[in-house]
Design a binder for this molecule. Structure first.
Ligand SMILES: Nc1ncnc2c1ncn2[C@@H]1O[C@H](COP(=O)(O)OP(=O)(O)OP(=O)(O)O)[C@@H](O)[C@H]1O
Ligand SMILES: [Mg+2]
Length: 292
């Protein structure tokens, strides 16, 4: 429930069901102002701002805020609510860094980047929550590519110490609630950089930087690289994407075994069915959520 809804509920109850007097209206206005203030703070400090190329995203099958397949948008809603509840609900006390979420998979091509961007769009569309989408797949940096951020400084530049303030490399967008952190320059020592204390500090800093913000990491395949298993030790939640009817069960089990011991694991099966022409369907993203 938003601050505004909460305030409305409270003051309507206080006014015996009729929120009409001037004190009541003032309380509502204050709630609205503080809500806007929170949104404004979340999008203010970036030194760079880009316009998102919605055409490019939509040709890549990404559901944008007002467009895209309603089926896909519904799937994303179902995926995001348990994650938001873990991050900001009553159980958040039990999940350190619960608002830092890494999208992972056992092998490549299971739909991590696709899911990460669609989910980010879906969270950004929420009035009460923002998202900082981090390209944590240093080698491929597909997310950076899809937002036209190839060659922009990002995670690696910060980890290498070339950038001292992470807000110098985060990028604001013209989509309310959506900010980006590019992968940065390719580095052959990416796994060592991600394993470093500086990465751990960065995740902690990002988790506390903005209120009501999900820090959402795209990542590299767990069974094919070291970086993502190391990254899973820093985050509060993992969203494990499993390509339905493709990834062997043994591979999924091996991937889960590599994850950090304390992380909350959310699993979704990506149907990846292709329907008529260029249209796609998830063929039912089916998910479940558990804490080991
Ligand atoms: N549910 C889906 N519906 C339609 N297309 C999808 C779906 N999931 C994935 N794809 C498409 O499948 C391809 C592979 O997905 P994606 O790039 O997201 O995988 P990945 O796990 O990020 O791969 P990598 O590990 O190589 O980065 C992409 O072209 C993507 O657009
Ligand atoms: Mg990818």
């Amino acid at each position: 429930m938003s601050k505004i809804q909460k305030a409305l509920q409270k003051v309507t109850a206080a006014a015996g069901g009729k929120a009409t007097d001037s004190r009541t209206r003032e309380t509502i206005k204050t709630a609205i102002r503080s809500d806007h203030e929170a949104k404004r703070c979340a999008s203010l400090p970036h030194k760079q701002r880009i316009e998102v190329d919605l055409g490019l995203l939509s040709t890549s099958g990404i559901a944008t805020l007002n467009e895209g397949e309603s089926e896909l948008r519904d799937e994303m809603r179902r995926i995001k609510w348990p994650i938001l509840a873990n991050a900001f609900g009553d159980q958040r006390k039990d999940i350190p860094r619960g608002n830092v979420v890494m999208v992972a998979s056992a092998t490549s091509g299971e739909g991590k980047t696709f899911t990460t961007i669609n989910l980010a769009m879906s969270i950004a569309a929420e009035k009460d929550f923002d998202v900082l989408l981090v390209d944590g797949d240093i080698a491929k940096s597909h997310t950076s590519e899809l937002f036209g951020l190839t060659g922009f400084p990002g995670v690696t530049d910060y980890l290498l110490g070339d950038v001292s303030n992470i807000l110098d490399v985060t990028v604001g967008t013209d989509l309310p609630g959506l900010s980006l952190l590019p992968a940065g320059r390719a580095d052959e020592h990416a796994s060592e950089l991600i394993a470093s204390n500086r990465m751990s500090d960065l995740v902690t800093e990002l988790s506390q930087l903005f209120p009501n913000t999900v820090v959402l990491f795209d990542s590299s395949p767990l069974l094919q690289t070291n970086e993502s298993q190391v990254l899973s030790r820093h985050v509060g939640q993992v969203l494990l994407v499993v390509a339905a009817n493709k990834t062997p069960t043994a591979a999924v089990k091996d991937a889960v075994a590599l994850l950090g011991p304390d992380v909350v694991v959310n699993v979704i099966f990506n149907g990846m069915k292709r329907l008529f022409g260029q249209k796609y369907s998830f063929g039912g993203y089916y998910g479940y959520h558990y804490k080991r």
